[in-house]
Design a protein around this ligand. Structure first.
Ligand code: PLP
Length: 354
């Protein structure tokens, strides 16, 4: 195959990319919507397409308002900044994205101290843990300023927590006067997996972040949702972090298209189950039953050399831990890709054993 990456930007045909649901390319509909979008300067609040996207998201989540942000990370960081005072503690799950994968942003941007809670095995924080880890402000103690929850929980394998599993710790925090932020990068996956509406989760928390650029397939962008006053302040913090964007309706138009992909997330979940079943039959690999679109596979050999041989077979996945590999299904894959991926991984795995 010729190295024609500049002409199309597409991968070689035979590479199957299961690293993340962020690797999807915008569809023709998204490109068309972006190219014809009516736009204005969003820093002046004058981009009609972005205003439409924000209203649509607020409507979907049942919140008063919503805000388009460049990334999920910025959405989480803005929320933490808005909810807290410098020097407070934030309660986070031990493996949560906001604690583990955001460059200590809670410390860097908001001068917060993190207190972790082990939510194993599914990333669920109990009301008892909230009460046990709550710190009351005093002459010696900083006070708890925020509880963050995550759904689906990425590092625990895309687990889709029920509405009760979000409502219960949120209620405990509220009893203590502590606000709650939900990192719902894949909240629509959780809703589809549990057969509920995303708004049923949002109802119990003070702010929610959802990514448009993951399973929904948008090229760029995430949403932060909450009350009018929360979003007003979030808009200021977004500006502070350099996230104020001008004719962002170009991105927002693609985001509106992406929201139409919510129900089809069920297909990704089904393909993840097929993939997990196939991989689990391969000697040296152990895959549990996935709850959504993430398949965590334990490898008997170290993950790195195994992944290198997968890559030689044209299969890309992510190393998650020394002996854990994550495969992620998404809208650029079909059933044939899943079968081909299982075959490629089988060759990579058994090649090592011979
Ligand atoms: C991907 C992800 C984020 C961050 O989103 P980016 O757009 O990559 O910054 C935050 N939380 C969770 C749970 C994620 O999976």
């Amino acid at each position: 195959m010729s190295p024609d990456s500049q002409s199309s930007g597409e991968d070689e045909q035979d590479t199957i990319d299961l690293r993340s649901d962020t690797v999807t390319r915008p569809s023709e509909e998204m490109r068309e919507a972006a190219s014809t979008a009516t736009v204005g300067d969003d820093v002046y609040g004058e981009d009609p397409t972005l205003n439409e996207l924000e209203a649509r998201m607020a409507d979907l989540l049942g919140t008063e308002a919503a805000l388009f942000v460049p990334s999920g990370t910025m959405g989480n960081q803005i929320a933490a900044r808005v909810h807290t005072e410098r020097g407070q503690e934030v309660l986070c799950e031990l493996e949560s994205h906001v604690y583990r994968w955001e460059l200590a942003g809670l410390a860097q941007h908001s001068q917060l101290q993190v207190r972790t809670v082990d939510g194993s095995p599914r990333g669920r924080i109990t009301p008892t843990q909230v009460h046990a880890n709550y710190v009351e402000a005093s002459g010696h103690r900083p006070g708890t300023g925020l509880l963050t929850l995550e759904n689906t929980h990425n590092a625990h394998g895309g687990t889709a927590l029920s509405v009760d599993a979000i409502a219960a710790p949120a209620e405990a925090a509220h009893e203590l006067g502590v606000p709650v932020h939900l990192d719902g990068a894949r909240l629509f996956n959780a809703a589809v997996a549990n057969g509920c509406e995303a708004a049923e989760y949002a109802e119990h928390v003070d702010s929610v972040m959802c990514c448009l650029s993951k399973g929904l397939g948008a090229p760029v962008g995430s949403m932060l949702a909450g009350s009018e006053s929360f979003i007003e302040e979030a808009r200021r913090v977004r500006k502070l972090l350099g996230g104020g964007m001008r004719q962002a309706g170009i991105l927002g138009a693609a985001g509106l298209e992406a929201l139409e992909n919510r129900e089809r997330l069920a297909e990704d979940h089904e393909r993840a189950r097929q993939l997990a079943a196939g991989l689990d039959e391969i000697p040296g690999l152990h895959a549990g039953e996935p709850e959504t679109n993430l398949v965590m596979v334990e490898t008997e050999e170290p993950a790195k050399p195994f992944l290198d041989r997968c890559e030689d077979e044209g299969i890309l996945a992510s190393a998650f831990d020394s002996h854990t590999v994550r495969f992620c299904t998404h809208l650029d894959l079909d059933d044939a890709d899943i079968e081909a991926a299982i075959e490629g991984v089988r060759k990579a795995a058994t090649g090592q054993q011979s």
